[in-house]
Design a protein around this ligand. Sequence first.
Ligand SMILES: Nc1ncnc2c1ncn2[C@@H]1O[C@H](COP(=O)(O)OP(=O)(O)O)[C@@H](O)[C@H]1O
Ligand SMILES: [Mg+2]
Length: 281
Amino acid sequence: MMRVGQRAGGRSQQRGTDGGPDVRDAGSRPGETAGPVLRAVGLTRVFGQDESLVWAVDGVDLDVPAGQTLAVTGPSGCGKSTLLQLLGGLDRPTDGEVWLGGRRIDHLGERALAALRRRTVGFVFQDFHLMDELTATENVELPALLAGASPRAARHRAAGLLERVGLADRARHLPSELSGGQRQRVAIARALVNEPLLVLADEPTGNLDSAATHDILRLFDELRAAGQTLVMVTHDERVAATADRIVTLRDGTLADITPLDGDGRGDGGGTGLGALLSWED
Ligand SMILES: Nc1ncnc2c1ncn2[C@@H]1O[C@H](COP(=O)(O)OP(=O)(O)O)[C@@H](O)[C@H]1O
Ligand SMILES: [Mg+2]
């Protein structure tokens, strides 16, 4: 049961403060940092007030090395979306730290955080979040334009990415003229347009049928092969099974279910995974 109500006494607020990430800010490109691409230390997000406090994320420590694909699983309401929003700088923790590319981001000002998000994080959401009045190409190129790319460069990148996700022939279509799976592929192309250090996906196949889910999983597999660091939240075991590593969230607290060893590929699709991941949602 997720913790609600007032915090029990005697529980330390401080955790995981040993050995912070290697900070190499000045002038270095994010991808060149030595530490993990993403690190959470004692990450906590509390909603509500007084008697109605909810610890949606409750002291999460997490390292995601460069090139790893991590699946975060768990039942509805366990804190997956809240965690993802904290990791991507869309929300701020009540306590704890988020480090991205060796840089602490949780205490950045709003403008700095927005700029950093734009350049280093690509988001994929369950309900796509495309701009209805923009074509596929325009949706994909928008974050590039916002990040300062020339119109020509942005258009070029958008065309290449739409090709890569198999939608070159839908480039001029509006979202309303595309299927759910096609919309999500546009959203993935958009997430990649600024070559992000990290892609974060929240239930990316949650609104898709199994054929479309298959297309998205194939794309994620390509991203994985290309060395893209990716954190995806899902309660779909087929999706989780494509990841290098799977962790589960219960009531805001993380528990590893696949060890990071060998080739780092975890137990994707192997025996017992279905049993480990079976829960009602
Ligand atoms: N903005 C919010 N205000 C209050 N409670 C919230 C808010 N966002 C999430 N919660 C609560 O935090 C818990 C975790 O929610 P969420 O992160 O959306 O879970 P999941 O994505 O795993 O379904 C739930 O109890 C939810 O009701
Ligand atoms: Mg959610």
